[in-house]
Design a protein around this ligand. Structure first.
Ligand code: GLN
Length: 491
């Protein structure tokens, strides 16, 4: 599998056909899927199969049409994005058979640019999780070591890109769900500024935090995807009316007098030693390129998890209220004498898995009268301060540099019994969603192989000021060129 940029160039110039690319993609997918379990549905046959979509692209090219910058590029979608064919399950029994009547704007934009949708990827139920183990369809696995998780919640998307099945997959990031799996799988993952990409047709988890973004093998492909994804959508009132900059134009031009800030809170003793080492190596790499790297203080990183696990469940409890077995979702069978209330309770108890139920209970609790001020309002104040802290850093620095996650990929089952340990995976990512900022994970190094354990990829995170993705991508590109860590592939 090559990059999206080169596939599109080859298809557009007829060096290859979209159909040939689609057939090769489905073959690779079939060969690795038994061990990775990245997909919930694959469009292998039928009228909307990847092959049929590709043939339609080829037919348009044959007629001399310009099919767009993603001509014939195979793409996978996290299964919380609506598509007007197949199912949109969110990895939940609640929506196991849900067929969306419409397509998400972000997805439509990719298709309008010539992309071929190959399938829908596995995720933690409703995107709640950090390991892709909480799906009603079972867990997904990491291509670098199938005994380990791919991260989450966009784990299926990250794993299939890392395994070089598709060059691009879409993920969604509410508290780290693009960046942490990108780090665990050794690929690039971008969470755009809140409002950059339309959320229309993304099944809502926490609406003020959710954002769709690309998972790719190169920074260039991430820029290429963002170019298509971004832009105002009248169907999402939070989508920005700002002009989308040209992310590709100056991608290869390094930033002069680059100034990066590393929060001292990113030096937590809880970091895995290899993560701490790769952070130091990354700082050294930037310094070698002439950058100035300074320490900054973002004290609220230490409170990010607490604030996030109030705000996100609060919004989730409200968003998921519509899944009552009547308007939406799984409907339980009633016994004689049971009433409407029983129907709600049974449907939701059967439809939602334990992690989602935990979040709904947490969310309704922090919003309930008497606790609203103590919890929810306090979390909102912390959220405001987090944004202010970041803005202060961006007044003098181009970007913040820190790990994407405190450890490399952990073992399957290692954290499922301990929700708090799982939540702590998000320590470096959640504050960015609370602040609405753009951030990305870039492959930066590897853990040391030991006692038969393979070396695992480690990503570093770049965070920039709101709507400054173009510069963030250039800073990432500098690191990508310097380390080459992203070009290593799983065995
Ligand atoms: N792991 C975080 C959570 O469980 C983030 C999930 C996400 O970004 N969708 O909430």
């Amino acid at each position: 599998m090559t990059t999206a940029a080169s596939i599109a160039a080859d298809v557009r110039s007829k060096r290859t056909s979209a159909e040939a690319v689609a057939r090769r993609t489905l073959d690779t997918l079939a060969s690795v899927e038994p061990k990775l379990k990245s997909y919930i549905s694959v469009f292998a046959d039928g009228p909307r199969s990847a092959i049929e979509q590709a043939k339609a692209i080829d037919a348009r090219i044959a007629k001399g049409e310009d099919v767009g910058p993603l001509a014939g590029v195979p793409i996978a979608l996290k299964d919380n994005m609506c598509l007007d064919w197949g199912t949109t399950t969110c990895g939940s029994n609640m929506l196991r058979s849900y067929e969306s009547p419409y397509t998400a704007t972000a997805v439509q934009r990719l298709m309008d640019a010539g992309a071929v949708i190959v399938g829908k990827t596995n995720l933690d139920e409703y995107a709640m999780g950090s390991s892709t183990e909480h799906s009603c369809f079972g867990a997904s696995f990491n291509p670098w070591d199938v005994a380990r998780v791919p991260g989450g919640s966009s784990g299926g998307s990250a794993a299939t890109v890392a395994a070089r099945v598709v060059p691009i997959a879409l993920g969604s990031d509410t508290g780290g769900s693009i960046r942490q799996p990108a780090s665990f799988c050794g690929i690039v993952g971008v969470k755009p500024t809140y409002g950059r990409v339309s959320r229309y047709g993304l099944v809502a988890y926490a609406s003020s935090l959710d954002q769709i973004g690309p998972l790719t093998t190169t920074v260039e492909d991430a820029a290429l995807t963002l170019q298509t994804l971004c832009g105002h959508d009248p169907r999402d009132s939070t989508s920005t009316k700002r002009e989308t900059p040209n992310f590709l134009a100056e991608l290869d031009r390094p930033i002069e007098n680059l100034r990066l800030a590393v929060p001292k809170q990113a030096r937590s003793s809880a970091n895995h030693p290899d993560v701490a080492r790769v952070l130091d190596e990354t700082i050294a790499a930037y310094r070698a390129m002439g950058a100035e790297v300074v320490e900054c203080d973002l004290p609220l990183i230490d409170h990010g998890i607490a604030a996030y696990y109030i705000v996100a469940p609060a919004e989730a409890s409200s968003n998921l209220a519509r899944l009552d077995g009547i308007r939406y979702g799984h409907r339980a069978a009633l016994e004689k004498g049971e009433d409407l209330f029983d129907l709600y309770c049974k449907s939701r108890a059967e439809g939602f898995g334990p992690e989602v139920q935990r979040r709904i209970m947490l969310g309704t609790h922090v919003l309930s009268s008497g606790y609203y001020d103590a919890y929810y309002n306090t979390a909102l104040k912390v959220r405001r301060k987090i944004k202010d802290d970041f803005d202060r850093v961006f007044a003098t620095c181009h970007a913040v540099l820190m790990p994407a996650a405190p450890s490399p990929a952990f073992k399957v089952g290692e954290k499922t019994g301990d929700p708090l340990a799982m939540y702590l995976e998000d320590v470096y990512t959640v504050t960015i969603n609370l602040a609405g900022l753009p951030a990305m994970s870039v492959p930066a190094g590897f853990s040391a192989a030991s006692n038969g354990e393979p070396a695992l990829p480690i990503g570093m995170q770049l965070v920039s000021a709101a709507f400054d993705e173009a510069r963030m991508l250039r800073i990432a590109r500098m690191l990508e060129k310097a380390t080459g860590a992203g070009s290593r592939t799983p065995a």
